[in-house]
Each structure stands twice: as C-alpha cells, then as structure tokens.
Design a protein around this ligand. Sequence first.
Ligand code: NAD
Length: 281
Amino acid sequence: MTIGIIGSGAMGAGIAQVVATAGHPVRLLDQNAAALEKATSSIATSLRRLAEKGKLTPEAAEAAVARLHPTETMADFADCGLVIEAIVEDLGVKQQVFRGVEAIVSAECWLASNTSSLSITAIAAACQRPERFVGIHFFNPAPLMQLVEVVPAVQTRAGLAEEVKALVASWGKRPVLAQDTPGFIVNRVARPFYGEAIRILEEGIADIATIDWALTDLGGFRMGPFALMDFIGHDVNYRVTESVFTAFFYDPRYRPSFTQKRLFEAGYLGRKTGRGFYNYA
Ligand code: NAD
C-alpha cells in the first residue's frame, strides 16, 4: 500500500521513516520546499545511521530510502491507500487540506490525521466520505516511540479503527484505541503534568532544574517536564494546551500558563530555537 504523508516537519518526517522502513512506498508532501528537502535528507541520514549501528541492514536502509518520494503536488497521491496528515495544528487548515486530498485519492483510500488535540470528528466532517477517516496519533520522535493512539471519529465506519490498528501494529508499533476526546489519552494526562510543574515554578516552590531532577532521578520519568516541553517546542505545546482547555469548555484543570505563553510569544521555543526554559546555545 502506498502511503501519502502531508507535512514533512518533525512528525511527518518521522512517520515517513516508520512506514518506509515497514515496506510502504511513501509520497511525502510539504508546501515548503526547504522543509521537504531537509526532511528527505534527514530521514536518509537517520536510516543510514541505524544501519551503521546494526539496527537495520544496509540493504534495508537503502531500500527504505528508495521508497521515499518527496513531492510538492497532491496529484501524486492518486495511488495512495492511506493518507496521513501532519501539518499545522489548525482545524480550518486541516479541513481544507482534506478537501484537496479527497479530490485526488480513490474512494477506498483511508484518511488519517496525526493531530494532538483537535477533534477527529470535526476534521472528518469536512470530508465527503467521513466514514473512512480516523486519527492516527504518533509520538515524537515517531521512529522511536512505540505508542500510537488510534482514534475513530463519530462518523468512522465500524471496523475501520481495528483494521488501522492492525496496520499500525504491522509497523512494529503498539497501537491503542482511544475515544475522540480532547488530548485523547496521553496528551490529556500530560496537560496537568506540565501545568502543575509550571505552577510549582511560578509559586517559587522549586526551580526548573530541581523539578526536572526530582521527577527523573526520584520519580522515574525519562524526562522532566521542563526538558520535555523544551523538546516538544513551546509553540506546539502551548497550542495543544490552549486547544485542550478550550475543548474541555474551559475546565480550569487544563488552563494554559502565561509563563509558557510568553516563551511562545518571544520565540523561545525550546531546543529548536536554542532557548526555552533552558539555554541550549
Ligand atoms: P512542524 O511544524 O514540525 O511541521 C509541519 C509541517 O507541515 C511544516 O513543514 C509545514 O511546512 C507543513 N505544512 C503546513 N501547512 C501545510 C499545508 N497546508 N500543506 C502542506 N504542508 C503544510 O509540526 P509537527 O510538530 O510535525 O506537528 C504536525 C502535527 O502533528 C500537528 O497536528 C501536531 O499537533 C501533531 N503532533 C505533534 C507532535 C510533536 O511532539 N511535535 C506529536 C504528535 C502529534
């Protein structure tokens, strides 16, 4: 099955690597030519590095590289059996993109969004055939993270989520089914994890390094909340918090923080800009 991926940023590139390694021809599309070029070369580098480390054979790595077809035109998606969207977290933009996808793909092609926080049902509602729509939510970095949340929309036909789960499992991932609610499972649990850590900082109870240290060294978390927010990026993380808060009808448990909003506004987005809660320069 050929898989189309829209968006070649952090997630789209990672998902492309996963499905190309699993044997699918991949059409990787981005509206930004530079982003597409960067993603294509970083996927190739990452696959070859895995071969050097002995995690893939050199032949398997080169075969996966050869399955990757970057494109800037949606018309190349005509032969796709599945299209996964991983573009900007904006409902209107995602809906618009899927209208364009449906004009190209066959009626049998499955459609999926990698959204972290938007309603799968609302994105599906923009489609002519919403019954073939589902959420496939990967975690960052997609090649390393095992968990994938599979989220049926209200309109999704019975049985599709199970078929998608089986496909995702065939990529070596561990899919779980989640209902279409804001943040699904992990991002919902994560909101209070970040929010409470920021409140502890704001209330002067402990500093950033101490909170991260306590949760990693003592709490057994792989990353502390501040290191993790810097890794995800404050643009992405702030928007997800705002979206989950709004979607839960302004439940104060999910209230975003000004501390993170200011980092976002300043462009101190974390690792990707060299500065966030920590300084990476
Ligand atoms: P990103 O900013 O790294 O990449 C998005 C890419 O999409 C960019 O290269 C951009 O040029 C492209 N794009 C934007 N609009 C487009 C359009 N209309 N057509 C074609 N390309 C377009 O973002 P990301 O972190 O990869 O996130 C993408 C999606 O995945 C979002 O919905 C996000 O919520 C979700 N997500 C992110 C993470 C994470 O940790 N970053 C984890 C899981 C899910």
